[in-house]
Write a protein that binds this ligand. Structure first.
Ligand SMILES: [Zn+2]
Length: 273
């Protein structure tokens, strides 16, 4: 029976992954995710129901459009697989519970935000408005169902949403003053409001700290040197590439949600605070 539920969680997750792909490709263009039905971008052939089954269809079509043989991006099956695994992992860890559903949905939204920010340097309101309504709404439901850990209760969720947005706004403002250019988009502020609403004020601060750390390590350690070398070899001026901060805040938020309390108590033990 448990195996059946596990399989079912994976399938539900893969279906959410399939819808997440639609959000990732349409929201940055300002298009609706409901209409029109999916079409091939080259031959405009409408994608039928049987060609729209998560993972299975991509494999059956060998990653090509049936009409014009245009390769279908590997992003589609990859996102479906990852979201399927997220929902499976949530079931295996939390069982069939409200907490499990909330963790799976939170991780799904964060993945959508990270992929969109990486591709377009953009965090669409679709993700963050849904995310904020979801975290506050589920915190309200949890008042009656008796909690949904690792998420915070309603009171902390409301304060956390404000602290998260405020903390990232302060970080962005200080970054702007130091770097003399725009360091943070408003999308990061809305993202941190969702994260703060999910994890509460303390772990929201951990998220900003971890996200900045991850971003700094990867950009100063890897991305900047590569861009600098490329500019040198092409005899161009070095123009440092933008940092899609949401890409780092998203995994940082998951770490803060699952292990934030452990991090805080370890820190307190060693610092004596
Ligand atoms: Zn086509």
């Amino acid at each position: 029976m448990r195996t059946l539920w596990a399989l079912y969680s994976f399938v539900i997750g893969a279906c959410f992954g399939s819808f997440l792909n639609v959000c990732i490709s349409r929201w940055p263009e300002g298009l609706s995710v409901v209409r029109p039905r999916s079409r091939c971008p080259r031959c405009e052939r409408q994608i039928g129901v049987l060609e729209n089954i998560p993972l299975v269809s991509w494999l059956a079509l060998r990653g090509k459009c049936r009409g014009c043989a245009l390769p279908i991006s590997f992003q589609y099956p990859l996102v479906e697989l990852i979201v399927g695994l997220i929902w499976l992992a949530a079931f295996l860890h939390y069982g069939l519970s409200f907490s499990g559903l909330c963790v799976a949905m939170f991780a799904t939204v964060l993945l959508g935000i990270a992929v969109t920010d990486a591709k377009h340097y953009l965090i669409p309101d679709g993700f963050t408005v849904f995310g904020l309504v979801w975290v506050i709404g589920t915190a309200m439901i949890a008042l009656f169902t008796g909690g949904h850990e690792p998420f915070v209760g309603l009171y902390e969720a409301l304060i956390g949403a404000c602290v998260g947005a405020g903390a990232i706004a302060i970080a962005g403002w200080l970054g702007e003053v130091t770097l003399k250019k725009e360091a943070m988009g408003f999308g990061d502020v809305t993202l941190m409001s969702v994260v703060g609403g999910a994890v509460g004020p303390q772990r929201a601060l951990i998220t900003v700290f971890l996200g900045a750390l991850l971003g700094a390590v990867l950009f100063i350690g890897v991305v900047y040197p590569i861009a600098w070398l490329r500019a040198r070899t092409a005899r161009r001026d070095f123009d440092p590439p933008l940092v899609p901060f949401g890409v780092f805040l998203a995994p940082a938020a998951m770490i803060a949600l699952l292990w934030g309390d452990a991090l805080i108590s370890t820190y307190r033990r060693y610092s004596g605070l």
